[in-house]
Ligand binder design. Structure first.
Ligand SMILES: Nc1ncnc2c1ncn2[C@@H]1O[C@H](COP(=O)(O)OP(=O)(O)OP(=O)(O)O)[C@@H](O)[C@H]1O
Ligand SMILES: [Mg+2]
Length: 342
């Protein structure tokens, strides 16, 4: 069946209220989309379907105290906790890093691409990944790369937000998130993982925080082999030794050196669309930008490209290769360094 046939069937069964046929067609359509390489679309559609079925199960009149009643409350609370549920198109080629980091990421991804082989030989699967390092150096990006390469949905959880708003309920909430992610075969990405350590500093409630750390330890220990947890922090030193030990892999991101900045520039310039007006000067700026994060450098370069584009005479051919004004970039990099006191 082609795309149009699926749409016609979906419209017909939807309008006829024929739930069974509609679901069966949607499932076939999901399989068809996977086969025709529209995997992200298929994952999203599948998620809509699952969410809906779960809601339908619980939206009919429910008796207080019944399973359905609790599951409806759980759903509502769960939605409040999740910041984002995403799919990603990022690949390993989108991230600039030294060979070691590239290899570590690739190994982690390969384990999950070959999970059946590992199972056959009864080898454990590495499924807990810690990403640490300074801000703007690719931790969140790396989580998107893993989700993109494995074509899995990812639940992004901001631990800082959960801990600070509902400390008393954090353990319960975390268990809920882990359970739901396992059921839906999602990756769990826990951002601001260091909040576990931080809150202990100023919170009066040491007992509560200890419980949260213990919950995390338990959730990690009993994590199903097929589930993946990625945690990110820019303050690794805030974390307990017991927590750190639980991770199978720990990848440390660093500020880029001159070569990595050059690679980032090439990535941003996207082939031949944009070129510097003065390559020698650009090379000098690249060297002077050492000390800034990937994010800061990318930001200054993109701003420079935009300003160079706007400065172009209106009657000039807009689509010929754009010359990037390296003086603007030099100024922006200088300002950025000054702002960050580098
Ligand atoms: N190693 C990298 N390679 C290519 N681009 C990068 C890299 N690091 C950062 N960037 C760019 O900067 C953006 C922000 O980076 P990212 O969100 O991954 O930083 P982070 O390490 O998670 O920072 P934070 O600790 O503040 O959350 C990315 O979306 C990407 O555009
Ligand atoms: Mg981040």
């Amino acid at each position: 069946m082609g795309l149009q046939d699926y749409i016609k069937d979906i419209a017909r069964f939807g309008l006829e209220n024929d739930q069974d046929k509609l679901l069966s067609t949607l499932n076939q359509f999901i399989e068809h989309s996977k086969k025709t390489r529209k995997v992200n679309f298929a994952i999203q559609l599948q998620s809509i379907l699952k969410d809906n079925i779960r809601q339908q199960k619980t939206s009919s009149l429910t008796k207080v105290g019944s399973d359905a009643y609790f599951s409806r409350i759980e759903d509502r609370e769960f939605n409040e906790l999740i910041l984002e549920k995403i799919t990603s198109d990022y690949r390993l080629s989108n991230i600039i890093a030294n060979k070691e980091i590239q290899n570590d990421l690739q190994f982690f991804i390969e384990e999950h691409q070959n999970i059946d082989v590992l199972r056959k030989f009864e080898l454990p699967v590495a499924n807990k990944l810690l990403l640490h390092g300074p801000s703007g150096c690719g931790k969140t990006l790396a989580s998107y790369v893993v989700a993109g390469e494995l074509q899995k949905m990812m639940i992004v959880v901001n631990l800082g937000a959960i801990v600070s708003s509902k400390l008393g309920e954090t353990s319960k909430n975390l268990s809920k998130i882990f359970r739901s992610a396992a059921a839906e075969d999602c990756i769990i990405f826990i951002d601001e993982f260091d909040s576990l350590g931080k809150v202990r500093d100023y919170s009066q409630d040491h007992g509560e925080m200890k419980r949260v750390v213990n919950t995390i330890l338990q959730l990690f220990d009993y994590l199903p082999q097929s589930s993946i947890v990625i945690a990110a922090t820019n303050q690794k030193e805030m974390l307990d030794e017991a927590l750190l030990r639980r991770f199978d892999f720990s990848i440390g991101f660093e500020l880029p050196n001159a070569k990595e900045i050059k690679d980032l520039v090439t990535l941003v310039l996207k082939g031949n669309k944009f070129k510097f007006d003065n390559q020698i000067k650009a090379n000098k700026i690249i060297k002077s930008a050492v000390g800034l994060s990937y994010f800061s450098i990318q930001k200054t370069l993109i701003t420079t490209i935009k300003r160079s584009l706007f400065a172009k005479e209106k009657n000039e051919n807009y689509f010929s290769t754009l010359k990037i004004n390296s003086s603007i970039w030099e100024e922006l990099v200088k300002n950025e360094k000054k702002a960050l006191a580098i």
